[in-house]
Design a protein around this ligand. Structure first.
Ligand code: NI
Length: 314
Protein backbone atom coordinates (compact mmCIF):
# COMPACT_ATOMS: atom_id res chain seq x y z
CA UNK A 1 0.00 0.00 0.00
CA UNK A 2 2.83 2.34 0.90
CA UNK A 3 4.33 1.66 -2.48
CA UNK A 4 1.05 2.64 -4.15
CA UNK A 5 0.94 5.92 -2.20
CA UNK A 6 4.57 6.71 -3.13
CA UNK A 7 3.80 5.95 -6.77
CA UNK A 8 0.73 8.23 -6.74
CA UNK A 9 2.74 11.03 -5.08
CA UNK A 10 5.59 10.64 -7.54
CA UNK A 11 3.22 10.80 -10.50
CA UNK A 12 1.51 13.90 -9.10
CA UNK A 13 4.88 15.67 -8.63
CA UNK A 14 6.03 14.64 -12.08
CA UNK A 15 2.91 16.12 -13.76
CA UNK A 16 3.19 19.27 -11.69
CA UNK A 17 6.82 19.77 -12.68
CA UNK A 18 6.11 19.06 -16.33
CA UNK A 19 3.38 21.67 -16.43
CA UNK A 20 5.72 24.08 -14.64
CA UNK A 21 8.42 23.50 -17.22
CA UNK A 22 5.86 23.90 -19.99
CA UNK A 23 4.68 27.23 -18.61
CA UNK A 24 8.19 28.43 -18.03
CA UNK A 25 9.15 27.53 -21.58
CA UNK A 26 6.03 29.22 -22.98
CA UNK A 27 6.69 32.59 -21.29
CA UNK A 28 9.77 33.77 -23.16
CA UNK A 29 8.22 32.55 -26.40
CA UNK A 30 5.39 35.05 -25.90
CA UNK A 31 7.84 37.83 -24.98
CA UNK A 32 9.99 37.39 -28.09
CA UNK A 33 8.51 39.46 -30.90
CA UNK A 34 7.65 37.71 -34.09
CA UNK A 35 9.20 38.71 -37.36
CA UNK A 36 6.02 40.50 -38.35
CA UNK A 37 6.18 42.60 -35.20
CA UNK A 38 9.65 44.08 -34.84
CA UNK A 39 10.77 45.07 -31.39
CA UNK A 40 10.12 48.65 -30.49
CA UNK A 41 13.25 50.74 -30.42
CA UNK A 42 14.42 51.35 -26.90
CA UNK A 43 14.46 55.08 -27.57
CA UNK A 44 10.80 55.53 -28.41
CA UNK A 45 9.63 57.66 -25.51
CA UNK A 46 6.40 56.43 -23.93
CA UNK A 47 3.62 58.95 -23.31
CA UNK A 48 4.12 60.41 -19.85
CA UNK A 49 1.20 61.53 -17.67
CA UNK A 50 1.29 64.50 -15.33
CA UNK A 51 2.81 62.44 -12.55
CA UNK A 52 5.60 61.51 -14.82
CA UNK A 53 4.49 57.90 -14.99
CA UNK A 54 3.86 55.96 -18.16
CA UNK A 55 0.16 56.07 -19.00
CA UNK A 56 -0.18 52.41 -19.69
CA UNK A 57 0.88 49.79 -17.30
CA UNK A 58 3.16 47.82 -19.53
CA UNK A 59 6.72 47.38 -18.51
CA UNK A 60 8.98 49.60 -20.60
CA UNK A 61 12.30 48.61 -21.98
CA UNK A 62 15.08 49.79 -19.77
CA UNK A 63 17.88 51.99 -21.10
CA UNK A 64 21.02 51.13 -19.23
CA UNK A 65 22.20 54.12 -17.22
CA UNK A 66 25.48 55.68 -18.25
CA UNK A 67 25.00 54.58 -21.86
CA UNK A 68 23.97 57.53 -24.03
CA UNK A 69 20.92 56.98 -26.20
CA UNK A 70 21.70 56.06 -29.75
CA UNK A 71 19.27 58.71 -30.98
CA UNK A 72 22.14 61.12 -31.53
CA UNK A 73 23.50 58.82 -34.20
CA UNK A 74 20.24 58.90 -36.13
CA UNK A 75 19.94 62.69 -36.09
CA UNK A 76 21.40 64.07 -39.37
CA UNK A 77 24.40 66.30 -38.75
CA UNK A 78 23.55 69.97 -39.07
CA UNK A 79 25.94 71.58 -41.54
CA UNK A 80 26.80 75.18 -40.94
CA UNK A 81 26.10 77.32 -44.01
CA UNK A 82 29.30 78.03 -45.91
CA UNK A 83 30.36 81.64 -46.15
CA UNK A 84 30.15 82.79 -49.78
CA UNK A 85 33.64 83.15 -51.21
CA UNK A 86 34.42 86.65 -52.45
CA UNK A 87 37.14 86.67 -55.10
CA UNK A 88 39.33 89.74 -55.30
CA UNK A 89 42.09 90.69 -57.74
CA UNK A 90 45.27 92.47 -56.70
CA UNK A 91 46.53 94.26 -59.85
CA UNK A 92 50.04 94.35 -58.41
CA UNK A 93 50.32 90.56 -58.11
CA UNK A 94 50.97 87.99 -60.84
CA UNK A 95 47.97 86.78 -62.82
CA UNK A 96 47.27 84.37 -65.63
CA UNK A 97 44.18 83.60 -67.71
CA UNK A 98 43.36 79.98 -68.49
CA UNK A 99 41.14 79.62 -71.57
CA UNK A 100 39.22 76.63 -72.94
CA UNK A 101 37.98 76.41 -76.54
CA UNK A 102 35.49 74.31 -78.50
CA UNK A 103 33.00 73.53 -75.71
CA UNK A 104 30.67 73.18 -74.16
CA UNK A 105 31.32 69.44 -73.94
CA UNK A 106 28.79 67.01 -72.49
CA UNK A 107 31.09 65.80 -69.68
CA UNK A 108 34.55 67.38 -69.85
CA UNK A 109 33.33 70.96 -69.35
CA UNK A 110 31.94 69.96 -65.95
CA UNK A 111 35.18 68.18 -65.03
CA UNK A 112 37.07 71.43 -65.67
CA UNK A 113 34.46 73.49 -63.82
CA UNK A 114 34.67 71.10 -60.85
CA UNK A 115 38.38 71.90 -60.54
CA UNK A 116 37.84 75.64 -60.86
CA UNK A 117 35.04 75.59 -58.30
CA UNK A 118 37.10 73.57 -55.83
CA UNK A 119 39.94 76.09 -55.98
CA UNK A 120 37.83 79.26 -56.21
CA UNK A 121 39.40 79.89 -59.61
CA UNK A 122 37.94 81.15 -62.88
CA UNK A 123 38.71 80.74 -66.56
CA UNK A 124 37.39 81.96 -69.90
CA UNK A 125 35.43 79.58 -72.10
CA UNK A 126 35.38 80.26 -75.83
CA UNK A 127 32.30 78.24 -76.73
CA UNK A 128 31.03 77.12 -80.12
CA UNK A 129 27.47 78.34 -80.77
CA UNK A 130 26.14 75.03 -82.05
CA UNK A 131 27.49 73.27 -78.92
CA UNK A 132 25.95 75.95 -76.72
CA UNK A 133 22.56 75.06 -78.19
CA UNK A 134 23.10 71.41 -77.16
CA UNK A 135 24.46 71.96 -73.65
CA UNK A 136 23.21 75.37 -72.49
CA UNK A 137 23.29 74.32 -68.83
CA UNK A 138 27.10 74.30 -68.92
CA UNK A 139 27.06 78.04 -69.62
CA UNK A 140 24.68 78.62 -66.75
CA UNK A 141 27.20 76.95 -64.44
CA UNK A 142 30.12 78.87 -65.94
CA UNK A 143 28.34 82.13 -65.29
CA UNK A 144 27.38 81.10 -61.75
CA UNK A 145 31.05 80.34 -60.98
CA UNK A 146 32.18 83.76 -62.23
CA UNK A 147 33.86 82.39 -65.33
CA UNK A 148 33.86 84.38 -68.55
CA UNK A 149 31.83 83.23 -71.53
CA UNK A 150 33.15 84.13 -74.98
CA UNK A 151 32.38 83.10 -78.54
CA UNK A 152 34.34 80.70 -80.71
CA UNK A 153 31.97 81.23 -83.69
CA UNK A 154 28.87 79.22 -84.44
CA UNK A 155 30.14 76.39 -86.63
CA UNK A 156 33.91 76.44 -86.01
CA UNK A 157 34.71 77.32 -89.60
CA UNK A 158 37.86 79.13 -90.71
CA UNK A 159 36.53 82.68 -90.53
CA UNK A 160 39.36 84.02 -92.69
CA UNK A 161 37.90 82.07 -95.64
CA UNK A 162 34.40 83.53 -95.32
CA UNK A 163 33.04 86.61 -97.04
CA UNK A 164 32.19 89.37 -94.65
CA UNK A 165 28.43 88.70 -94.87
CA UNK A 166 28.94 84.99 -94.10
CA UNK A 167 31.37 85.84 -91.29
CA UNK A 168 28.86 88.16 -89.64
CA UNK A 169 26.01 85.68 -90.16
CA UNK A 170 28.03 82.98 -88.40
CA UNK A 171 28.93 85.22 -85.47
CA UNK A 172 25.31 86.43 -85.19
CA UNK A 173 24.05 82.84 -85.11
CA UNK A 174 26.50 82.09 -82.30
CA UNK A 175 25.33 85.18 -80.41
CA UNK A 176 21.74 83.94 -80.59
CA UNK A 177 22.77 80.61 -79.04
CA UNK A 178 24.45 82.48 -76.17
CA UNK A 179 21.40 84.72 -75.69
CA UNK A 180 19.15 81.66 -75.59
CA UNK A 181 21.40 79.99 -73.00
CA UNK A 182 22.31 82.81 -70.62
CA UNK A 183 20.56 85.93 -71.87
CA UNK A 184 23.51 87.84 -73.31
CA UNK A 185 25.91 87.75 -76.24
CA UNK A 186 29.63 87.85 -75.42
CA UNK A 187 31.77 90.71 -76.70
CA UNK A 188 34.90 88.60 -77.29
CA UNK A 189 35.43 86.10 -80.09
CA UNK A 190 38.32 83.71 -80.56
CA UNK A 191 38.61 82.84 -84.26
CA UNK A 192 38.76 79.06 -84.87
CA UNK A 193 42.34 77.89 -85.59
CA UNK A 194 43.45 81.43 -84.73
CA UNK A 195 42.88 82.13 -88.41
CA UNK A 196 42.40 85.80 -89.16
CA UNK A 197 42.44 88.15 -92.13
CA UNK A 198 41.80 91.87 -92.25
CA UNK A 199 38.03 91.41 -92.16
CA UNK A 200 38.18 89.12 -89.14
CA UNK A 201 40.63 91.43 -87.37
CA UNK A 202 39.07 94.79 -88.09
CA UNK A 203 35.47 94.32 -89.35
CA UNK A 204 33.86 91.55 -87.29
CA UNK A 205 32.17 94.07 -84.97
CA UNK A 206 33.65 92.07 -82.09
CA UNK A 207 36.88 91.96 -80.11
CA UNK A 208 39.09 89.17 -81.48
CA UNK A 209 41.20 87.41 -78.83
CA UNK A 210 43.74 84.67 -79.45
CA UNK A 211 46.38 83.52 -76.90
CA UNK A 212 50.00 83.71 -75.88
CA UNK A 213 50.66 80.15 -74.61
CA UNK A 214 49.55 77.14 -76.68
CA UNK A 215 49.55 73.90 -74.65
CA UNK A 216 48.79 71.76 -77.74
CA UNK A 217 46.51 69.73 -75.48
CA UNK A 218 44.47 68.58 -78.48
CA UNK A 219 47.61 67.04 -79.95
CA UNK A 220 49.16 65.25 -76.97
CA UNK A 221 45.89 64.29 -75.24
CA UNK A 222 48.17 63.61 -72.29
CA UNK A 223 47.80 65.40 -68.94
CA UNK A 224 51.44 65.02 -67.91
CA UNK A 225 52.68 66.46 -71.22
CA UNK A 226 50.42 69.51 -70.77
CA UNK A 227 51.50 69.99 -67.14
CA UNK A 228 55.20 69.58 -67.95
CA UNK A 229 54.97 72.11 -70.76
CA UNK A 230 53.21 74.80 -68.73
CA UNK A 231 55.52 74.25 -65.76
CA UNK A 232 58.56 74.60 -68.04
CA UNK A 233 57.63 78.06 -69.28
CA UNK A 234 58.88 80.13 -66.38
CA UNK A 235 57.16 83.47 -66.02
CA UNK A 236 53.47 83.24 -66.89
CA UNK A 237 52.51 86.67 -65.55
CA UNK A 238 50.04 88.35 -67.91
CA UNK A 239 49.71 85.28 -70.16
CA UNK A 240 46.67 83.73 -71.84
CA UNK A 241 46.89 79.93 -71.91
CA UNK A 242 45.05 77.99 -74.62
CA UNK A 243 43.43 74.64 -73.86
CA UNK A 244 40.27 72.85 -75.00
CA UNK A 245 37.09 71.69 -73.23
CA UNK A 246 36.89 68.40 -75.12
CA UNK A 247 39.39 66.11 -73.41
CA UNK A 248 39.57 64.35 -70.06
CA UNK A 249 43.35 64.71 -70.27
CA UNK A 250 42.92 68.49 -70.30
CA UNK A 251 40.64 68.30 -67.26
CA UNK A 252 43.28 66.15 -65.50
CA UNK A 253 45.97 68.66 -66.38
CA UNK A 254 43.75 71.46 -65.09
CA UNK A 255 43.42 69.62 -61.76
CA UNK A 256 47.22 69.81 -61.41
CA UNK A 257 47.85 73.22 -62.94
CA UNK A 258 45.24 75.24 -61.05
CA UNK A 259 46.57 74.51 -57.54
CA UNK A 260 50.15 74.64 -58.83
CA UNK A 261 49.65 78.10 -60.36
CA UNK A 262 48.02 79.30 -57.15
CA UNK A 263 50.95 77.95 -55.12
CA UNK A 264 53.30 79.86 -57.44
CA UNK A 265 51.43 83.04 -56.49
CA UNK A 266 49.37 83.49 -59.65
CA UNK A 267 45.83 84.79 -59.49
CA UNK A 268 43.63 82.94 -61.96
CA UNK A 269 41.55 85.54 -63.79
CA UNK A 270 39.35 85.81 -66.86
CA UNK A 271 40.66 87.35 -70.09
CA UNK A 272 38.62 90.53 -69.50
CA UNK A 273 39.95 90.76 -65.95
CA UNK A 274 43.50 90.26 -67.21
CA UNK A 275 43.06 92.99 -69.80
CA UNK A 276 41.60 95.42 -67.27
CA UNK A 277 43.84 94.71 -64.30
CA UNK A 278 47.13 93.86 -66.07
CA UNK A 279 47.00 95.72 -69.39
CA UNK A 280 44.68 98.57 -68.34
CA UNK A 281 42.22 98.16 -71.22
CA UNK A 282 38.84 96.67 -71.95
CA UNK A 283 38.40 94.64 -75.15
CA UNK A 284 37.15 96.78 -78.02
CA UNK A 285 35.31 95.74 -81.17
CA UNK A 286 37.26 95.44 -84.46
CA UNK A 287 40.55 94.89 -82.64
CA UNK A 288 42.80 91.84 -82.41
CA UNK A 289 44.39 90.93 -79.07
CA UNK A 290 46.99 88.25 -79.67
CA UNK A 291 50.48 87.02 -78.86
CA UNK A 292 52.22 90.39 -79.02
CA UNK A 293 49.47 92.13 -77.05
CA UNK A 294 49.78 89.65 -74.17
CA UNK A 295 53.55 90.09 -74.08
CA UNK A 296 53.42 93.80 -73.28
CA UNK A 297 54.61 95.00 -69.87
CA UNK A 298 52.13 95.43 -67.04
CA UNK A 299 50.29 98.76 -67.09
CA UNK A 300 50.84 101.48 -64.51
CA UNK A 301 47.14 102.34 -64.66
CA UNK A 302 45.06 99.21 -64.07
CA UNK A 303 41.32 99.40 -64.51
CA UNK A 304 38.93 97.84 -62.00
CA UNK A 305 37.75 94.36 -62.97
CA UNK A 306 34.77 94.51 -65.35
CA UNK A 307 31.28 93.81 -64.04
CA UNK A 308 29.99 90.25 -64.20
CA UNK A 309 28.59 89.30 -67.58
CA UNK A 310 24.86 89.74 -67.90
CA UNK A 311 24.73 91.77 -64.68
CA UNK A 312 23.42 94.83 -66.51
CA UNK A 313 20.31 92.89 -67.50
CA UNK A 314 19.28 92.10 -63.93
NI1 NI B 1 38.67 75.67 -81.81
Amino acid sequence: MKRLIYLALSLTLLFACTSCVGKAAALPAEAVPTAAQPPELALITPPIDEEGEPQDGEALPQIPSGQPPELALITPPIEEPEEPYVRTIDPAKPMVALTYDDGPHETCSDLILDVLEEHHAVATFFEVGRNVARYPQVLVREQALGCEIASHSNAHRDLSKLKKSALLADLDAADQAFIDAVGFAPTMVRPPYGAVNKTVKYASERAMVTWSVDTLDWKSRDAQTIVDYVQSLGDLDGQVVLMHSLYESTAEATAVLVPWLQEQGYQLVTVSELMACYYGELPEANTLYGYSYFHQPRTDAPLPPPAAQGAEQE
